[in-house]
Write a protein that binds this ligand. Structure first.
Ligand code: HEM
Length: 141
């Protein structure tokens, strides 16, 4: 990835959260993956078609929506004011490899678990037995 593309990605990331309109024709690059990016934040209030349609098209390819309206040449010329730049969508990583969260340490040794349980039972019983034994012993004196 060139420095140029990196800069445009940064622009995109910043402007996406800031009401970005993307996707229109006439890319400088010829690949289909190339999008033109418009930041229409400052145009929301002035847009004759209203802000809702722009917000609905935010962050995605708005080419069809734009064309369906049949925008005038004045509208097309106005777009230049909000033009941010181009970026190649094919450079966006589509798949993020899933790595499961690390499990806490799990003791596989069942034998030592069993011994601990037996001891947990035997120790109080032994203490109780000792106490009873001492009691009986001291009583007979
Ligand atoms: C930077 C991008 C855009 C600019 C500069 C722009 C500009 C304009 C202008 C100047 C008009 C007045 C009519 C005309 O001259 O054609 C208009 C109308 C309109 N625009 Fe946009 N527009 C943009 C993007 C969009 C998008 C992405 C949508 C749809 C998602 C949209 C939907 C509409 C609608 C529905 C109207 C009203 C049409 C009517 O009432 O006849 N516009 N726009």
């Amino acid at each position: 990835m060139s420095d140029h593309q990196t800069v445009e990605h940064q622009q995109l990331r910043v402007t996406v959260t800031d009401h970005l309109n993307v996707g229109y024709d006439e890319c400088i690059h010829e690949e289909e993956a190339c999008w033109r990016v418009y930041n229409v934040t400052n145009f929301l209030e002035d847009h004759p078609g209203g802000d809702e349609v722009l917000l609905a098209a935010t962050g995605k390819d708005a080419s069809d929506d734009f064309e369906d309206v049949g925008h005038s040449t004045t509208a097309r010329a106005l777009m230049d004011e909000y033009y941010v730049g181009e970026f190649d969508v094919s450079t966006i990583p589509t798949k993020v490899k899933y790595s499961p969260p690390k499990q806490p340490y799990y003791n596989q040794d069942k034998t030592s678990d069993f011994v601990i349980r037996i001891l947990q039972f035997l120790v109080p019983v032994a203490i109780l037995g000792l106490a009873v034994g001492v009691r009986i012993y001291t009583k007979s004196d």
